[in-house]
Design a protein. Sequence first.
Length: 154
Amino acid sequence: MCDYSIMAMQSRLATEGDELAAHRFASGSVGLVSAADLECWRGSRPEGAWACFKSLFRTCVDPAPVVCIAPGARLRVHDIPKWIRDSYSVDQNETVTFTQISAEANRYRDAIMFENRRTMLVQHLHEAQRLDVLCLPSDFDRVQPEEEFPRVVA
């Protein structure tokens, strides 16, 4: 859902249709935030030497909230960088499944699995990498309401 390194931050659950972006937080961990929140945050960053100097005296907060994704969610990753395409044998835009790997083998658990079954840590997404939430696990595991099933009378 959300790596331990960013769990202490304000967060919310992903919803179908969310437009997300990868962001490297001050902690060094990469997490997912709303693409609109990231754009707003990036637009508020100072430009020019004087603005940068003044910003040293104020507290800069990372974009929030972090968006937590349930394992099994289907995402669309856009504009995948060439080094990732070459390393993982994928296209520029790919549909992936959000997953978690064993924490024993790695510091981070959140990952994406490409259609070719190769898995990549979310930590390897580049800053502002765009992702769309296509489908959440409950959307394809949904059972019909009980009223639609015939009742058996004994």
